[in-house]
Design a protein around this ligand. Structure first.
Ligand SMILES: *[C@@H]1O[C@H](CO)[C@@H](O)[C@H](O)[C@H]1NC(C)=O
Ligand SMILES: *[C@@H]1O[C@H](CO)[C@@H](O)[C@H](O)[C@H]1NC(C)=O
Length: 617
């Protein structure tokens, strides 16, 4: 009953406006409603309408609207509101001549060619990209007749292209029976694919559309890219074709959201009046989405204005042509340079496997490709440092004045001395050896000398995110003695396939802390890269007690490699720590001796030292 109110209420409002004499046949509303009930594609949306008509039939006031076109508009609005479908329309067209179903005219072949040439445009663009524009989708009957011609004039020229742009921006008409043909030329022949179900209301039947196994001519190889162009004028059957191929993941749609039309619309005469009801009489249900493009339209994968769609498609196809070289180039760089040789070879193979499986065939932008490649590298290697990166050149060394250096160092390091003469040193990043060497004297004066004479030291690396590893040997050396050189770690360099020993330095700026005084290092999940190498060495040599959380499990600092001329760069860790006695810290992190939450680590460390010194007294 609720529907009644919607149908009648908008009509009644207008009755008061057109308060007049003339009159239309009183049963017109009943007739229109009956046409909708018998023909509208979604009968479930019409529940309760029968009762609505009965009531509306007795309301004749609306029929006093004086002119027929206004009445048609009022009735349109009423029907659209009742069924909530903007495609339903009532029109007044005294001069309407129904379109006879287009029969293939018995034209001589050269005239058929001329007709086809005006409705089909074909071009081969730079890079062997085919371009095909079809403004009307032919039905089976006509296609059967002109098939051999189409094959000869159009399709056989498209087949040898490397990629295809299929332009449906101007396609607003077509025949349902053409859908399986078009879709089949772009899919695999082996197994018929269920591509669409069309429910036809007048006959109350559902028809499954499936791809066709026997086609005239060859199919467009499914490994070749297909881009469909759309506009807001792409309508009806063309929307169905675009939606099918998009959901089969065969085509990338570029352009505007489509019209949201109908798979079939009929214009039905109301009794013997000159009023017509336009009704969607069939509807499409896609088997993949269980939904439809009708009313809402097809949403493009890449949304751009219709006039920019072709240029965008060309750009995407040029990018896709480069993808194999980019992925293979990345695989080669990783195989040749990744620190862990076996993993590098495995990642390279698997990456090529993803390429062969078509995992990169949907790429639409360089940025998207980088994101996808990065995610795959991380998944395949388990190493978060192996990824795509930007190639920002290192900033040239700043020309600091000595005063600025001192300021910089004061903010970069934090020191304190607690009760029992316990020192505290915090720094959040490692510097490069050459740079540190140049300012070593300043660091010693303004930082190191504040803690070097303490009886025990807490080194806080909870916020240390790493940096170059070149200064680590030097920094470690302060915690060992001068008389004996120690091999701190053995570093394997994959590109050169050489192992170098990292040793303590015999000479240092300033005095050493030495090997005897107690040392605690604080760690967190954020402690990464060079800081992990430092913790790993000190733990391995039994030189420090580690308090806090297991470290990040990052890697030695990655090197940047260009992937050919593509503009893509990879960050690849090329060096790993000594694994002779089992895995080092990369990937897994360094576990603390005393696991406590990072927040509690400093208090825990102080407690350990205070207890130690209290016992000594
Ligand atoms: C349509 O057909 C189904 C059975 O296929 C039937 O249950 C239903 O009542 C029919 N609907 C109409 C309006 O005839
Ligand atoms: C499609 O192209 C691929 C790659 O070039 C090729 O291996 C395959 O045989 C082709 N398929 C058909 C059906 O021609």
């Amino acid at each position: 009953m609720a529907k009644l109110i919607f149908l009648v209420a908008p009509l009644l409002v207008l009755v008061n406006v057109f308060n007049s004499h003339a009159g239309f046949a009183p049963n017109i509303i009943v007739d229109i409603a009956q046409i909708v009930i018998d023909n509208y594609c979604s009968p479930e949306k019409l529940a309760g309408m029968k009762e609505a008509i009965k009531a509306a039939g007795s309301n004749t006031e609306v029929l006093n609207i004086p002119d027929a076109e206004t009445l048609a508009n009022v009735l349109s609005a009423g029907v659209q509101t009742t069924v909530s479908d903007p495609r339903l329309m009532v029109s007044y067209e005294p001069n309407y001549v129904p379109v006879v179903a287009p029969k293939m005219p018995p034209l001589p072949p050269d005239q058929v060619i001329a007709v086809l040439q005006t409705s089909i445009k074909l071009d081969i663009l730079e890079g062997n990209i085919g371009y095909l524009r079809i403004d009307h989708i032919l039905g089976e009957e006509i296609a059967d007749k002109v098939g051999p011609l189409l094959l000869d004039l159009v399709w056989n020229k498209i087949l040898p292209t490397s990629a295809l742009i299929f332009d449906l921006r101007y396609t607003s008409s077509g025949d349902i029976s053409g859908i399986p043909y078009i879709v089949s030329y772009f899919t695999d022949s082996e197994s018929p694919i269920h591509i669409d179900t069309v429910y036809d209301r007048p006959s109350n039947t559902s028809t499954k559309l499936s791809s066709i196994s026997a086609l005239l001519g060859e199919r467009y190889n499914i490994t070749k890219p297909l881009v469909i162009l759309t506009s807001k004028n792409t309508k009806g059957i063309a929307e169905d074709v675009a939606y099918c191929l998009q959901n089969l993941e065969r085509a990338t749609i570029v352009g505007e959201k489509t019209a949201g039309g109908s798979v079939k619309v009929d214009k039905i005469k109301v009794g013997d009046t000159d009023f017509y009801v336009t009704v969607p009489t069939a509807k499409s249900i896609n088997p993949i989405t269980g939904s439809t493009w009708e009313v809402t339209g097809v949403t493009p994968d890449v949304e751009v204005n219709a006039e920019d769609a072709l240029a965008t498609a060309i750009k995407i196809l040029h990018l896709r042509a480069q993808v194999p070289a980019i992925i293979e180039g990345s695989a080669a760089l990783i195989a040749d340079n990744y620190a862990f040789e076996d993993i590098g070879a495995d990642v390279a193979e698997k990456l090529k496997g993803l390429l062969a499986n078509g995992e990169y065939s949907k790429v639409v932008s360089m940025e998207g490709l980088e994101v996808q490649l990065s995610a795959d590298l991380k998944t395949l290697s388990g190493d978060k440092s192996l990824k795509t990166t930007s190639n920002t050149p290192a900033l040239p060394p700043m020309d600091y004045s000595p005063e600025m250096f001192i300021e910089l160092i004061k903010v970069s390091f934090q020191t304190d001395v607690y009760e029992n003469n316990i020192g505290y040193l915090r720094f959040d990043m490692f510097g490069d050896f050459e740079e540190v060497k140049a300012i070593a004297q300043i660091i010693v004066e303004h930082v190191w000398n504040k803690v070097v004479h303490t009886d025990a030291l807490i080194v806080d690396l909870r916020n240390n995110i790493g940096g170059p590893t070149t200064a680590i040997a030097g920094f470690c050396s302060y915690f060992f003695d001068a008389d004996k050189q120690i091999v701190l770690d053995k570093l394997y360099d994959r590109p050169s396939r050489t192992t170098t020993e990292l040793r303590t330095l015999p000479e240092l700026t300033g005095s050493r802390y030495g090997s005897k005084k107690s040392l605690i290092m604080l760690t967190s999940r954020a402690t990464a890269g060079a800081a992990e190498e430092f913790v790993y060495i000190m733990k391995k040599h039994g030189r420090a007690m580690i308090v806090g959380e297991t470290t990040a499990g990052a890697s030695h600092p990655p090197k940047t490699f260009a992937v050919g001329e593509s503009g893509i760069f990879l960050g690849i860790p090329t060096v790993h720590s000594d694994t002779a006695a089992g895995p080092a810290w990369e990937g897994a992190g360094v576990a603390p001796h005393i696991p406590v939450p990072a927040d509690a680590a400093l208090e825990t460390a102080k407690g350990i030292f205070n207890k130690h010194f209290a016992e000594q007294k």
